[in-house]
Design a protein around this ligand. Sequence first.
Ligand code: SAM
Length: 269
Amino acid sequence: MTDLPPLRESLEAHGLLAKKSFGQHFLLDLNITRKIVRLAGPFEGRAVIEVGPGPGGLTRAILESDAGQVVLVEKDPRFVPLLTELDDDSGRLTIVQADALKVTEAERTTGPTHLVSNLPYNVGTALLIKWLTGPWTPHALTLMFQKEVAERIVAAPGDDAYGRLAVISQAVAEARIVMHLPAAAFTPPPKVASAVVHLIPKTDRPDRETLKRLETVTAAAFGQRRKMLRSSLKTLGGAALCEAAAIDPDARAETIDLAGFLRLAEAVK
Ligand code: SAM
């Protein structure tokens, strides 16, 4: 990677400007991208999928690592020529020009696969839900989100940020914030600060049917988060459902922990 031009020069050489509609805020400092890759790894020869490589700052750091296979999924076709320049002829790199929401990851890599991404903010949550609850499960995920979304993923009962995203994410994965970045670290800077979340899918994940019910229960409970559960869960069984799950019907959603929501999901059968 050392004989490549600096990222800023590559962008200028290809006449590329960031597009707002694609959520493009680039990391051009390789010290930062290398740190993210260190937090994501070691990969020990496993595959890595990077969504939204853009000009390739994170990609360069991934290619310097011990990743055995590197698959880039970029929606904006303008970046493909620039990304092609990163191919070091080791046969590790594949560039897929596609919408990551529509990609079938299982067809793109073999074996346990890490996901590493500075996510486009407009589809970040949708992609996370796809990777956490879909049919394909990554080995680990290291993802940059807006700070506010990162806090919603790792929130605990009683936190202002505690809600559906925390319950669903923590039902299937261990999640923690591993890095904070100010808006000024990006080109162009977004309006808000960012944070990297590292998630490791659990081995004892609820099955897909239970997860679906968990989504239904949390949607109802947090849809009216100031109401007592007997009322917000009325259409699903109200007080009787709460009692079947050993939950106080007068409690509010924000005080119920993951185990409580899992009992509610079981009881809603
Ligand atoms: N990884 C680069 C970096 O850190 O400098 C760029 C990150 S930028 C926040 C998000 C990237 O995701 C952009 O390159 C954008 O074109 C791409 N992108 C946006 N929506 C996408 C989608 N649905 N599927 C794949 N890539 C997408």
